[in-house]
Design a binder for this molecule. Structure first.
Ligand code: FEO
Ligand code: CA
Ligand code: CA
Length: 637
């Protein structure tokens, strides 16, 4: 495919770029507010607002992030945009055969059995696992299905068993080998069909349930009297990569697959389902009419088997995936993993709903770098914490443990398993801080600082602002930076500050803030969703919602988090009409950036398309590979 890059004229390294205006009122306002808050909080003593580097940068000092690409402009065009000197290609698209025996994609015969051997729909979280000779196993999950875009003349009322079976087969996770190739126009990567690592986990794949909630009576169903197994994984959104090389995938909006919450008699389970969004009668999707396990009238415990983090070993296709209940059950957006100072596994996770919480799991056991298998069940025991952000810029991780304070029988909890099953309710009791939709979380590999993407909250009412969620309503979203005490990811106290208040810096109404960086130089951005880091500690941000908020397609942005360019946000990728950029990640050589183009053409139907992306017959959600055509080949440099 061709390089359809869009670059500002004469925009190499920003030389000659005319700032929109010499001085941003918006920035001054934010600065004033921040000064006001700091002075209030610190008894009038003005703490340093920005790093020395940031102040220097305001005066025009040279940057030190190593990022040198020429930022692209946001665009509403139905074509992918990358900087000059970059190219993109499809790496894996919905329906692409994974195995040699898998049928070719046929949009006129969407066959469930074929789909179980092909790449699933609506690609989301991406991971790269090194293999040999520069190749890697790519993990990509498939969050949900868009039947009106998939099937011709789809109607929820008239949907068929075959369509439902196809949708169930389109969920889950795909793994495939990506191999490098070299051409005159620089490196590229291709999907390798038929590798032994190529694999589908879908909505019927047997998955084990492990950890403290495994075997609990609330997980027992008619097909699983032991409460330790489940068929499939649904609504996998973000995820994570463990230090021992496994793939974590997070179950998010699983409520939509279930119907008839009226059938649930356990009081806390019923209330939890209601808060997740399960309808009392009927369901958002029609699956419950076709498979009894999705009908809570028949199978009242089935929904309890979803809302977990699933661990999968990409190097061992024979190992059964496991839902790790020790990490709690909620609308998990992600599972960002690192190690504490004591070498415990730490997993950060957001609960993506308005006014929900940020969580952290710390394992009891420690990571063993000498043996992969020794870490196999590290995520089965440990402590789950929820975050409380104090107004003074400090914060606490509150343990969600049975009989910690009010988490006891008087509030309806009788065991740790129930605390994990109903983590939101336990977190309520401890006074955790309600956030503006916590999406992905990522840990800076160099500083260990933690970045939380808060994508938006249009329901935060004026007067309900608080320092970590300072705008009401908050349509644009923001990013909070957490510094764990002592730089230890296992700490129970932290300091936090606002890293970015998103929006258009040229719009005073947006009240944007970019970690103190000169706002006239940054790319506008809204609705930060997925995050990743390069090895130099620069943050990659994928967005979900910019067509609505900024009138441009969703995209990928690169922003340094330290040094003189801290906050210097620059757009490196623009997606297509109707699509969110659901995930971004680089390979370990950093000469490949992968982006998930999810739900291209959303808003249209199979017959009436709003985007031509992905094919002539149907839009195909696609993992795209971005590489460079010029040296140096490292993305961003
Ligand atoms: Fe599936 Fe929270 O995005
Ligand atoms: Ca997401
Ligand atoms: Ca991430």
């Amino acid at each position: 495919m061709t390089d359809r890059s869009r670059v500002r004229a004469g925009d190499v390294g920003f030389e000659g770029y005319e700032p929109r205006r010499a001085c941003s009122d918006t920035f001054d306002e934010v600065l004033a507010r921040r000064l006001h808050r700091r002075s209030l909080l610190k008894g009038g003593a003005l703490a340093p607002l920005f790093s020395i580097g940031s102040i220097a940068n305001l005066k025009g000092a040279q940057g030190d992030s190593g990022l040198q690409f020429a930022a692209i402009e946001g665009s509403a065009a139905d074509e992918i945009g990358v900087p000059k000197g970059y190219k993109w290609e499809a790496l894996a698209a919905w329906g692409q055969p994974l195995t040699n025996s898998a049928p070719e994609f046929d949009p006129d015969d969407l066959d469930p059995e074929a789909q179980r051997q092909q790449v699933g729909y609506n690609c989301d979280f991406l991971a790269w696992f090194d293999y040999i000779h520069g190749s890697g196993i790519v993990g990509v999950n498939h969050e949900y299905t868009s039947p009106q875009l998939m099937f011709r003349n789809y109607s929820a009322e008239r949907t068929t068993q075959r369509e439902v079976d196809y949708e169930i087969a389109s969920h889950g996770v795909s793994f495939f080998l990506a191999v490098p190739y070299r051409r005159d126009d620089g490196p590229g990567y291709r999907h390798y069909r038929g590798s032994a690592f190529n694999r589908r986990i879908h909505g019927e794949t047997p998955i084990a349930i492990s950890g403290p909630a495994a075997g609990h009576p609330l997980l027992v169903t008619s097909s699983d009297q032991s409460g330790t197994e489940v068929r499939g994984t649904f609504n996998n959104c973000g995820g994570g990569i463990t230090p021992w090389g496994t793939y974590l995938t997070a179950e998010e909006n699983f409520d939509q697959y279930f119907g008839n919450n009226r059938g649930v008699t356990h009081e806390m389970a019923k209330a939890a389902n209601e808060r997740f969004g399960v309808r009392d009668e009927g369901g958002r999707r029609q699956w419950w009419r076709f498979q009894q396990r999705f009908d809570l009238d028949y199978e009242p415990h089935e929904a309890n088997k979803f809302g977990w983090v699933v661990e999968i070993d990409p190097y061992n296709p024979n190992l059964m995936p496991r839902k790790r209940t020790a990490l709690g059950r909620f609308k998990h957006e992600a599972a960002a993993t690192t190690l504490s100072r004591a070498n415990r596994a730490v997993v950060y996770s957001g609960d993506d709903a308005r006014f929900e919480y940020v969580y952290k799991f710390v394992s009891d056991g420690t990571y063993d770098s000498s043996s992969r298998s020794a870490n196999r069940d590290l995520l089965d025991s440990g402590t789950l914490y929820v975050a409380k952000f104090n107004d003074d810029g400090t914060g606490e991780w509150l343990p969600l443990t049975y009989e910690n304070g009010p988490i006891n029988a008087s509030s309806g909890f009788t065991s740790q398993a129930e605390v994990l099953l109903f983590a939101r309710q336990a977190a309520d009791l401890l006074g955790a801080t309600q956030m503006d939709r916590p999406e992905d979380i990522e840990v800076n590999p160099l500083t260990k600082k933690v970045y939380v993407a808060l994508t938006n909250n249009t329901r935060r009412a004026a007067g309900d602002e608080n320092p970590p969620n300072p705008r009401a309503p908050n349509p644009m979203g923001h990013i909070v930076e957490i510094s764990e005490r002592g730089g230890d990811s296992g700490a129970t106290r932290f300091d936090w500050e606002i890293f970015m208040l998103c929006g258009d810096p040229a719009s005073e109404a947006d009240g944007t803030f970019f970690a103190g960086f000169a706002q006239e130089r940054v790319s506008k951005i809204a609705n930060p969703d997925n995050l990743a880091f390069d090895k130099q500690g620069n943050l990659l941000i994928a967005t979900d919602g910019q067509p609505r908020t900024l009138g441009i397609n969703d995209g990928i942005f690169f922003v340094p988090t330290e040094g003189s360019e801290r906050g210097y946000n620059r757009q490196i990728f623009s997606g297509v009409v109707g699509a969110e950029c659901a995930s971004v990640i680089m390979n370990s050589a950093q000469d490949l950036m992968m982006v998930s183009i999810q739900h291209p053409g959303e808003g249209g139907t199979r017959q009436q398309r709003t985007s031509s992306f992905g094919g002539s017959a149907v839009n195909r959600p696609t993992v795209v590979a971005v590489t460079r055509t010029e040296q140096p080949y490292r993305i961003g440099s």
